[in-house]
Design a protein around this ligand. Structure first.
Ligand SMILES: Cc1ncc(COP(=O)(O)O)c(C=O)c1O
Length: 425
């Protein structure tokens, strides 16, 4: 038996034992869904089309009516995860309040522990949120800013986090300093130096978008956090697109606040995010949702959300188990390969401007066509070639974001290349 298979079966066992609950332990569904762990054992190199086609065919119910290169919005659930989710929805809607009152509290605590183990942090340092926006808003609005504090952002950060900081600025709590990040930095050290030059003696927090949703730029969080720490500056990391797309450990990031999504690259049903806050920082955080009873140093004080989407949370162990089976190292290399496949072709075309550094990105990359509006280009690709991308705001020209996933073939990506070439003539 291969290690991969052994670990997978152990994972299943762990799920069942930890919950200690009968049929509702959702990881149990894995035993019923016909996963053949051999499918994941051999092959899986970045350019191994046979391997990735088999995974896509057997484990993802992808619509083939169009070519989806807009997987940056959310990732499809693998079939076994979808089955688990459906079972969990049925359970919550047949069992009713008995389930919610008598089973769910213990079950959700064990799920949180499993998620914390996956993230390699303590369960006392995370809360499960509905998404990364909620996670980061709790961090941004709860951070103990003092009058005169400054926050550093740039145009590649996610608009919702920028707006949350701008809202605090409007209320007179902070000053926001925005700078223009070059679209094509040469290397990580150049990015660190840019941040070093931008901080002032009043900078209190740097917002770091780990993987930009606009052009896919991956910033060296650990290096920037180390530079910031020397100056007494905190970094808040938006890892919405990083978790599951690229390998990283929260401990190694050196960031005391990290917001993440489970529905982009982990394959969980939509409606699950995570906020990590380093243990010793929790007590100074103020709550966003009223909670005066929970201890100041207990992270649960930040998670007073009301009724929870039970089935979404219950499916987290299944999505983690499947994601482990897929192996983030293999995923990241494959996504990088698919991205490079289209860039290598289109960067030769003088009419095409690539706005993503190939070596500092993974799945997500963006381009624009000189003298053409990005909205029109995206429309053309969809209407004439059935290829879905999305145009994003970026400076005065914008850009078109292209995001393949693990169920995308190299052939589909090459269809994008052909379509763009036919557009520019
Ligand atoms: C970088 C980044 N941060 C945060 C978010 C917000 O994620 P959600 O809408 O799931 O809260 C996104 C969504 O695309 C994102 O790309």
């Amino acid at each position: 038996m291969s290690n991969n298979r052994k670990e997978f079966l152990q994972q299943l066992g762990a799920g069942l034992v930890v919950t200690g609950l009968p049929a509702i332990a959702s990881a149990e569904i894995f035993l019923e869904t016909g996963i053949d762990t051999n499918d994941f054992d051999n092959g899986g190199a970045a350019d191994d089309e046979k391997y990735w086609k088999n995974i896509a065919r057997k484990y993802y119910a992808v619509s083939r009516d169009y070519i989806n290169l807009e997987n940056g919005y959310y990732g499809l659930q693998p079939k076994p995860v979808l089955q688990a989710f459906q079972k969990n929805i049925t359970l919550a809607n047949t069992e009713g309040a008995r389930f919610a009152r008598k089973v769910y509290p213990e079950l959700s605590a064990s799920i949180k522990k499993e998620l914390a183990a996956f993230l390699q942090v303590s369960a006392e340092e995370i809360i499960i949120t509905r998404n990364a926006t909620e996670a980061l808003n709790i961090a941004i609005q709860g951070y103990p800013f003092k009058e005169g504090d400054e926050v550093l952002i740039n145009q590649l950060d996610y608009f919702s986090m920028i707006e949350a900081f701008r809202m605090l600025e409007k209320r007179g709590r902070i000053k926001v300093n925005a700078f223009e990040m070059p679209l094509l930095p040469a290397n990580e050290d150049e990015i660190v130096e840019i941040y070093r030059k931008q901080v002032t003696d009043k900078t209190k927090v740097i917002l770091l978008t780990h993987v930009s949703n606009i052009n896919g730029l991956i910033v060296p969080v650990a290096k920037i956090a180390a530079m910031a720490k020397q100056k007494g500056i905190d970094v808040m990391t938006d890892s919405a697109h990083a978790l599951g797309q690229i390998p990283f450990s929260i401990a190694a990031l050196g960031s005391d606040y990290v917001g993440m999504n489970l529905h982009k690259w982990i394959g969980n049903p939509i409606g699950a995010g995570v906020l990590y806050i380093k243990k010793e920082r929790i007590k100074e955080m103020t709550v966003l949702f009223g909670d005066v009873n929970t201890a100041e140093d207990n992270i649960s004080k930040l998670a007073h959300f009301g009724t929870t989407p039970f089935a979404v949370v219950m499916t987290i162990p299944d999505s983690i188990a499947f994601h482990r089976l897929m192996d983030v190292e293999k995923i990241t290399k494959r996504l990088h390969y698919l991205k490079s496949t289209w860039i290598n072709e289109l960067e030769k075309n003088a009419a095409v401007e690539i706005v993503t550094p190939k070596n500092l990105s993974c799945a997500i990359a963006s381009f624009r066509i000189r003298d053409k509006k990005v909205a029109e280009t995206a429309d053309y690709l969809y209407k004439h070639h059935n290829i879905l991308t999305v145009n994003r705001a970026l400076g005065k020209d914008g850009c078109i974001r292209v995001t393949p996933s693990v169920y995308t073939s190299a052939e589909e990506v090459m269809k994008l290349v052909a379509a763009v070439k036919s557009y520019v003539g």
